[in-house]
Every structure is written in C-alpha cells, then in structure tokens.
Design a protein around this ligand. Structure first.
Ligand SMILES: [Zn+2]
Length: 372
C-alpha cells in the first residue's frame, strides 16, 4: 500500500467532527487549533451572535515572506442534514458515508485543501504573500455566515472559494444574483354554492396574471420561477387568498430587478382589474459573480490549476455560494471545483485522488500569488 496522504487524514477528522448549520462550535475549535499550530492569528467575528449560532466566522491571518497582495482562501464549516455521526467508508479510492448520512465533503474537501495547501507552502518554504483564511458558518440555507461577516477584518481584495461540486480544475466565474419573491393575491371569500357572485377568487386572479407574465427562462442570463403555491380554506368557499413563492436570478442585477418589477406590476394590474389586491414581499438575497475570462482572479486560478498539472475550465452555475457575497462586498472571488459529487445526498462521494488534487491547486494558488 502506498503512503496514506495527509489530506485524507485531515479530511476524515473533519467529516467525523459534527458541524451542522449554526452548530459549528466544535469544528471552529478544531480548525482554530490547526491554524494556530501553523502560525496563524485567528479571530472570530460576531456573525454567530447575529444569526443565533454557536460561533462566528473564523478569520485567520498568516504573515507572508514575499511581496504581493494578500491572498484570501475560503471554505464553509457547516453542512446539511443528515450530517452528524458521519461514518466515512473508503472503497476503491472513493470516500462515501455509510449510507445513513451525507458525507460532508461539501465542504470538508475545501477546508482540508486549504489546510493542506498552506501547510505544504510553510514546509517547503516557498515564497508566499500574506494569507487570509476565512472559514464561514451557515453557508447552507442562505449564505447567512458570509452575509453577516465583518468584512472590515479582511484585507485581501481577491479571494478563492473552495466549494464547487464540479471537477477539480473548474473555475466558476459566473453565478447569478438572486431575489426571493412572495406574492399574495387577496380576493374575497363567499359561499361557493350560495352566493359565489359575491366572491373574488384569488386563484382566478392569479391565473390571469400568470398567463400575462414572463416566467422561466427570461434571457440567456435571467430566470424566474414560482415554485411554491398555497391557498384556499374549503371546497365550498371562493378562494380568498392565494400565495406564490419563488425566485428570480440573473447574472446582471439590473435585469433581475427589471424582471421582479415586471412580475409585481402584472400581479398588481391584474388584481386591480378584478377588484382584488396583491401583497408583494421582495427580498434581495445576494448579488452575482460575473467575472470575465481575463479577470486577474480568474487568470490566477487558471495559472494555479495548470501549475497543479490540470487543464482549467471556466463554467457558469445557477446556484449561489459565498463567492456571491464576497463579490457584492467588493472582494473579487471565484469558486473552484473540489471534485465532490452528489452533495446534500446520502450518495455524496469524493475520490481520494480529487482531494489530493484540490490540495495541489491550493498550494499552487499560494505559489502563483507570490509570483504575481
Ligand atoms: Zn458547500
């Protein structure tokens, strides 16, 4: 048997440490200890207090030994359910859970890769800039850790998020902004058998509005979906309220806003026509990642991936990550592929070889950033 790679041991330690969203305390303690052992100064912000979690985000700094702007590396500490008591299994070079939980490679792979890459840079004595490691809480379920992060603690203007469920070598340079929308049409209840003419069906109003509305794929960069609907109280009562919830996404914030405005206007105009009204609840969730291929951050990631012996591939995704929040807070960030598969499912897996490669990529990012 060949020697067991260190990153595998790190990974197994991390996935067997429970860390659910808002319950990242044990994980944060473990990571802080590892970072301090490497020489980092570790701070925790107050995001945990703000969202009712056990700990804040970990923001750790290590002084460099060369010129160059500080490099920020980020992964998230929490994981989805069922994600406690994970018992990792290894077969034919692939790590899975025992089938009763997720594996938690999302995002233990990112955490392990950052620890490994930095450790190797220190051991090999390579030139490195100041390194800022950010381990976030509550990424799952709405990016609440990074949304509430104290960004004044971060000096870097460029960051690499290690948290994409794409093959190692992938650079996510485009991810849409998102707005959550709720529309509640309010008509008038009446007995459906006795005096239906006195009622105003919220369902019928909504149906008319929906036929007049652009939904689904709006353009190459923009989508809109109403995925949940609820209404009515009894079969013999004209439906008084009908509520629809969904989201609007776009790579361009202005297009997202225009689509939301379109939907709100159609609901309001149609409701007025029928003597009904509509309540709209519009919640901006986060801004986009929209980096050109020649953006220096994308170029840096591509150079590191090549240095690690892989071919970089740019990709767009429809989902959000901490990269969305970093970009909206003025730090240019892209998300990198980790090689984990089936995230958020009991079938989640990662190859040991992928773990080793993502560790190589992080190490190469440090080398590339020093020579920038
Ligand atoms: Zn993740």
């Amino acid at each position: 048997m060949s020697e067991r790679p260190r990153i595998l041991d790190t990974f197994l330690t991390l996935v067997t440490t429970d860390s659910q969203t808002r319950k990242e305390g044990r994980m944060a303690d473990l990571l802080q200890e590892r970072l301090e052992a490497m020489g980092f100064t570790v701070q925790r912000d107050d995001a945990g207090e703000r969202i009712g979690g056990e700990t804040g985000n970990l923001i750790a700094k290590l002084k460099g030994n060369s010129e160059g702007p500080p490099l920020c590396l980020c992964a998230h500490m929490d994981r989805v359910s069922p994600g406690t008591g994970i018992k990792p299994q290894i077969r034919d070079g692939v790590i899975t859970s025992d089938g009763t939980t997720i594996l938690g490679a999302d995002d233990a792979a990112g955490l392990a890769a950052i620890l490994e890459g930095v450790q190797r840079a220190i051991e090999q004595g390579v030139k490195r800039p100041d390194i800022e490691v950010v381990f976030t809480i509550a990424e799952e379920g709405g990016l609440n850790g990074s949304k509430n992060m104290d960004f004044s603690l971060i000096e870097a203007r460029e960051a690499f998020i290690i948290d994409s469920s794409t093959p190692v070598g992938t650079i996510i340079n485009k991810a849409p902004a998102q707005t959550k929308v709720t529309y509640r049409v309010i008509g008038k209840a009446a007995h459906g058998g006795v005096e239906p003419e006195k009622g105003i069906s919220a369902l019928v109003v909504a149906a008319h509005a929906l036929t007049r509305m652009k939904l689904g794929r709006i353009d190459e960069e923009t989508t809109a979906n109403l995925g949940l609907a609820q209404g009515g109280s009894a079969t013999n009562i004209v439906m008084e309220t009908f509520e629809m919830r969904g989201d609007v996404r776009s790579l361009v914030t202005e297009k997202m806003e225009a689509q939301v405005q379109h939907m709100t206007e159609v609901f309001e105009r149609t409701a007025a026509e029928f003597g009904a009204r509509v309540e709209a609840d519009i919640q901006f969730a986060y801004g986009p990642v929209n980096l050109k291929p020649d953006d220096p951050v994308v170029q840096r990631a591509a150079a590191a991936i090549r240095r690690a012996g892989l071919e970089p591939e740019l990709r767009a995704t429809g989902g959000g990550s901490d990269a969305n929040i970093f970009n909206s807070r003025g730090i240019t960030a892209c998300n990198l592929g980790t090689g984990y598969r089936g995230a958020h499912s009991l079938q989640e897996s990662i190859e040991i070889a992928a773990l080793e490669r993502i560790g190589d990529v992080v190490f190469a990012l440090i080398v590339e950033s020093a020579s920038a």
